[in-house]
Design a protein around this ligand. Sequence first.
Ligand code: 5GP
Length: 139
Amino acid sequence: MSTIFTQIVEGEIPARIVYEDETTVAFLDANPLAPGHTLVIPKDEYERLNDVPADVATDLYDTIHRLVPVVEDVVDADATTVAFNNGEEAGQEVPHVHCHIVPRFEGDGGGPIHAIAGEVPDLDDDELDAIAADIESEA
Ligand code: 5GP
């Protein structure tokens, strides 16, 4: 069963497509958090960011890079929140990688990315050093 976004790519369900190239497509979110809320996806179905091959990831970023200033300009936004919900526990509902470009306006009542945190951990220096070392050694 293909994802709803693959059905959009295939033209099986309608969407307000705003950009398309060989490997990526962008369209307006059906339930916008702000005017101009846009989703950017790889045309092929990958569930998580790390499932996306490097060349397609580059294309995806190129499309995000192209569209962010356009979206800001068109809706006269002051800024944008640009983010991926990467995995179900992070709030990803559609298992097909998608980048949210959400226009932001002064006084819009929204929060920063930091607002996603539930219980914030209290990590001491040793714990932070150990985490940094583990990530560095595997990066
Ligand atoms: P997620 O929670 O997976 O990061 O975000 C999925 C997004 O896809 C939501 O913002 C939702 O409004 C949007 N969405 C879900 N179904 C459709 C659809 O059929 N068409 C469009 N354009 N957007 C959709």
